[in-house]
Design a protein around this ligand. Structure first.
Ligand code: ADP
Ligand code: MG
Length: 701
């Protein structure tokens, strides 16, 4: 069916494209083949379904098209500047067309008294005028495909300057459709097309480039967006399934004495319904014969740690070791302390490995890891080093995923001959749509319930001018026995100005809260690790009432008695960072507060961030707003944005289409994992081509 593939023809061969244009198209738009050109989707459309009469024009600078004739052309000179002015008429009135450049060319080409269709933006000054209109003879216009909504293609300054205007791109596409007769390989299965009433591929491509009206355009857009997202999902799901099929896992067959002892005698509270559900999902995974690759999502304070610990106990019950990797030293230390405390007198050997672990201690850890007597190792990236070898690693938990690269994750895979189960925990929620696209190859568990009895944190926005009031409030809270965080932005730990702000802030807080009544801790990135630990410890033990810090305390730190979080220059923090910082309070039984301090000058985006923080405590909701404000690439960092290099779909706006695409991709894969059923022939073919060419999926029949 599939002929030699015309669409793979180099763009140079298209009529109207010479070597120099081909070069520009390649360099500026990445268009190498016919295929690439046809997948150059418009950014937006101008409505050219309507023809205006001159007496219908409004004084609103709209883009309109008018049918009429040029009856007169003259050059006007004013202040040494020449312009060419045409009088353009229809049966209802007259207007002026104006050119400031290309006079000669216009004079030579414009035909007097012939019907034209003109298109452009209107101006009004003692009558209507249009500068540099697009002009086409009416008879040509009627023959051209271009009559409905006019696409506007992505372009660059260089392209426009070299004469590859939107119109030229359009003409090239018309030529391409002529050469290929507009017949393109259908990429979706007939039953999907039928069930979802999707527009066939060829029709969709014609309508995306030459839509006759808004309705057809919308259908074409839906179809192409669906297709794009469907194949991304299909790839992710196939990868997940093939991992499961191919990657043998360590079977954890039993729930043993460690898990049970902990559950019955050490668990300090009852698990929430969500925690139980998630634990069951993890247990099922690890009990199956395949390797677990699971993402655990939960809001700040939702209790992910206990889930991690109980999963690790399952590993130990099955004679495997476990490790927990955290992004910072402070956090690793906290996890180590917290887990040790939870385990109490249980016969579990747990230890801590970080960059600052002493040589002798390190040696001891290595030995115990290799002879299997160490059950749980908590630590930082130090765990990933090749020289850290386990006797039998069964489960690796990674806390706070966003600071970890995929490469680092895979290092853990190689810590055992059969790869250990992997549990990735996120620091803050990721919007559903993004999680589906970025982690579609991981199974996802969500803790969507906070432990009972938490009082929602009250968040307010205060201006710097009201600082004295804020200090008074802090004093009252301290008098009640509470502790307070004051956080300064130090985005780049090396930035001198930020550092000065922090130190000035610290000095003013020392003045307001003098010794010996008050004790203040300070923690920032320029301090030595042991000094940080010392200061942190004093705060954890309640010896200091105020912790002045930078974002080093952002992640995971747990001091339940701290009930006030003051964030200085709050406008400089991103939403997820603000939410993460706020999550440091509200961990005890007391009412907690978050105070966002800013100056008076705020951008609209900053205002939205602050308002969102004051309006909701829900991390999933905040993540959605964040995604809308910042866009997907920014949110996840560049190394992961590759998946999001979408041609037509928009991961934020096309949320609903994404859900549908994922649903049908899962259904297709469940029903026919090898895509060998007759109805999936086109899907299999397209899928294979994609793997070969990466993101190429239009084929001619
Ligand atoms: P995060 O999901 O942010 O990592 P943590 O695991 O640090 O949250 O848990 C936050 C706090 O909630 C901890 O003090 C923990 O002991 C407590 N906690 C966790 N689960 C429960 C529960 N089911 N009931 C009561 N408190 C809980
Ligand atoms: Mg945590």
């Amino acid at each position: 069916m599939v002929r030699t593939n015309i669409l793979q023809t180099p763009i140079d061969y298209l009529k109207g494209v010479g070597p120099s244009r081909a070069d520009l198209l390649r360099k500026e738009l990445g268009i190498h083949t016919y295929q690439d050109l046809i997948n150059l989707f418009p950014n937006r459309y101008l409505d050219r379904t309507r023809y205006y009469k001159i007496n219908e024009l409004q004084r609103n600078n709209a883009e309109v098209q008018v049918v009429g004739k040029v009856v007169h052309l003259k050059t006007v000179e004013q202040k040494n500047r020449k312009r060419l002015v045409a009088t353009f008429v229809d049966e209802t009135g007259q207007m002026e067309l104006v050119w400031f450049r290309a006079h000669k060319w216009i004079r030579e080409t414009v035909k007097i008294n012939k019907p034209y269709v003109i298109f452009g933006k209107t101006n009004w000054y003692n009558g209507f005028s249009m500068a540099h209109p697009e002009m086409e003879l009416l008879e040509e216009h009627q023959r051209s495909l271009q009559t409905g909504m006019q696409p506007v293609y992505p372009s660059t300054e260089k392209l426009t300057n070299k004469g590859i205007t939107n119109r030229v791109v359009n003409k090239l596409l018309q030529q391409l459709f002529r050469e290929t007769q507009g017949k393109f390989f259908e990429t979706l299965s007939p039953d999907l097309l039928e069930e979802l009433k999707l527009m066939p591929k060829s029709e969709a491509l014609i309508n995306i480039h030459f839509p006759k009206n808004g309705e057809l355009l919308a259908k074409a857009q839906y179809r192409l967006k669906f297709e794009e997202l469907f194949y991304i999902q299909l790839q992710l799901i196939a990868k997940n399934l093939s991992n499961k099929a191919k990657i043998k896992g360590l079977p954890f067959e039993q729930v043993g004495s460690n898990f049970n002892t902990f559950f019955h005698h050490h668990l300090p509270f009852s698990l929430t319904g969500a925690q139980k559900r998630v634990l069951k999902e993890i247990r099922n995974d690890m009990g199956s014969k395949a390797q677990m690759n699971r993402l655990l999502q939960g809001d700040v304070g939702s209790g992910k740690t206990i889930v991690a610990l109980m999963s690790m106990l399952l590993a130990i019950d099955n004679n495997y070791q476990a490790c927990l990797v955290a992004p910072t030293e402070i956090l690793a230390q906290q996890h180590f302390n917290g887990l040790s405390e939870l385990l109490g007198d249980m016969d579990i050997n747990i230890d801590l490995l970080t960059g600052s672990t002493s040589r002798s201690k390190r040696k001891e850890i290595h030995e115990q890891l290799e002879n299997g007597s160490l059950h749980i190792l908590v630590g930082t990236h130090a765990i990933l080093e090749d020289k850290v070898r386990f006797n039998n690693l069964g489960l690796a938990v990674i806390d706070e995923q966003h600071r970890f690269g995929v490469a680092q994750r895979s290092k853990l895979w190689h810590k055992n001959t059969t790869p250990p189960h992997i549990l990735v925990m996120t620091a803050t929620p990721i919007p559903r749509t993004l999680a589906m696209s970025l982690y579609g190859d991981l199974d996802i568990s969500v803790i969507d319930e906070l432990p009972p009895g938490r009082k929602p944190i009250r968040t307010v926005h205060r201006y710097d001018a009201n600082r004295l009031k804020v200090f008074r409030f802090i004093r009252d809270e301290i008098a009640k026995g509470r502790q307070v965080y004051v956080v300064y932005p130090l985005i780049e730990e090396s930035e001198k100005l930020d550092y000065k702000d922090l130190m000035d802030g610290y000095a003013s807080i020392e003045r307001e809260f003098p010794k010996p009544n008050y004790q203040i801790s300070i923690v920032h990135g320029r301090m030595k690790a042991e000094d940080k630990d010392y200061e942190m410890d004093r705060f954890v033990r309640g010896e200091t009432q105020i912790m002045v810090a930078t974002t080093v305390i952002e992640v995971g730190v747990n001091v339940p008695n701290a009930s006030v979080m003051v964030i200085e220059s709050a406008e400089r923090f991103g939403l997820s960072q603000l939410h993460q910082l706020r999550g440091r309070v509200g961990r005890g039984a007391e009412q907690s507060f978050c105070i966002l301090m800013t100056g008076h000058k705020l951008s609209n985006e900053s205002k939205t961030r602050l308002e969102t923080m004051c309006a909701t405590n829900d991390g999933f909701e905040i993540a959605e707003v964040d995604l809308k404000l910042r866009g997907p690439g920014d949110l996840m960092g560049t190394q992961q944005s590759g998946v999001l290099n979408l041609k037509i779909a928009d991961i934020v706006k096309d949320n609903e289409i994404l859900k549908a695409a994922r649903y049908y991709a899962i259904r297709t894969m469940k029903e026919d994992p090898s895509l060998s059923m007759d109805k999936n022939k086109r899907v299999l073919y397209t899928f294979g081509q994609m793997a070969k060419h990466k993101n190429i999926w239009t084929y001619i029949s």
